[in-house]
Write a protein that binds this ligand. Sequence first.
Ligand code: 4AD
Ligand code: MG
Length: 464
Amino acid sequence: MQTKVSTIQSLFAAYQQGEDLAAQGLVKVSGWVRTNRDNGSIGFIALNDGTCFKNMQVVYHEDLLGHEEISHLLTGAAIYVEGKIVLTPEMKQPFELQASKIEILGQVEPDYPLQKKRHSFEYLREIAYLRPRTNTFSALYRVRSVLALAIHEFFQGKGFVYVHTPILTGNDAEGAGQVFTVCTKDDEGKLSETAFYGQKTSLTVSGQLHVEPFALAFRDVYTFGPTFRAEKSNTPRHASEFWMIEPEIAFADLEDDMDLMEETIKYVIRFVLDRCPDEMAFFDQMIAPGLLQKLNDVLAAPFRRMEYTEAIGLLQEAVKNGHKFDYNKIEWGMDLQSEHERFLTEQIVKGPMFLINYPKDIKAFYMRENDDGKTVAACDCLVPGEGEIIGGSQREERYEILKAKMEKQGNIEELDWYLNLRKWGGCIHSGFGIGFDRLLSYITGVANIRDTEPYPRTSGGLRF
Ligand code: 4AD
Ligand code: MG
């Protein structure tokens, strides 16, 4: 039955290339009914086969075999259609399929949770396994896929080597105590943290420590995979499982690091705008008005670079002028809250920015200490609507200084191999981590990480 089925994507592409679709003879497609209306003599089905954002209109008449059942097809039904393409230049859609045969492949029961009307994001989260069938989520998850390709094309195009860092690990790379511990059963059937590996094991919070040795062999590398944090922040931007892209570059300092961050962000935005015009136009119209303008502005201007110390001054000034933060006691040395980050990027810079040289006490042990003895060569990239989407730094390459820090941190035993890198051919090197799900939020305007992740895992929430 279904030999040589065309995809709707290929039909639109052929149309755009000026092919005469009307001369194609019999066209066969299969897909799902998005809407179906029938006025007795003529009926219209908006058919989506998942290969592109657009639906194709299928037209059928009352003399079609099985007309009665077809005219009652509900949203969501799977069908197979044969017919001829007719050009409809006067209509919204450039062509339609005049059906000579429609076969029902999969009926939908009336209790189907998706209806023609618009559903709220909250409602759709409860049926996450069905939401890829809606306009918004079909657009979102296609962009997610294209964005992942953009990342690989960008780094591979520059000669970076892709490294698969482990998910199971014995260390807490960030030292923030947010690891998920992995347990297995011991010989007595009791849950144990050490029975399997003979040591404590956790899910990785970052691939950085495992990718750094590769940078000291290949020069430019990246890892891109899932990371896990048992962080109980109930916000639209925190998930306990999220994907991170972590490039690491040798013979490179913080300035080089920031140049690469900016180039990466601009490249992937351009890539998505280019590959997903229908999806991005939809987000601009339905989800985040002004999105396309915003992204084009990002492409046009350099990202501003600001010292942490300057940022503290600006926040203090804002408070003096009457601005109220939830956390209003602004002082040097504090860790910035997301409200502060957003104030800086949304109200002051009004675009993406880099915040650099943070106090050493609030940052990870591996960051390079600056000559002032108080700050480290760290850099966060902040963007409007999200706050931090990238965290990076120049790494401490000096053996004695790193050793002292690791002694203080108490991780020198499990990370002796990491420290060894500093005495065997060490060099200055830098890297960063982009939160992939937050980046997707930023690019699509879909604000909540519970939506940008196909099956979100957040504290208290693990369904599906
Ligand atoms: O700033 P973070 O903690 O940096 C690191 O993990 C470094 N090891 C990266 C590196 O230098 N190689 O995390 C990096 C990014 C954040 O900027 C944020 O976008 C994202 O990861 N992120 C989260 N995304 C979603 N949910 C969470 N709970 C996240 N925690 C961090
Ligand atoms: Mg960070």
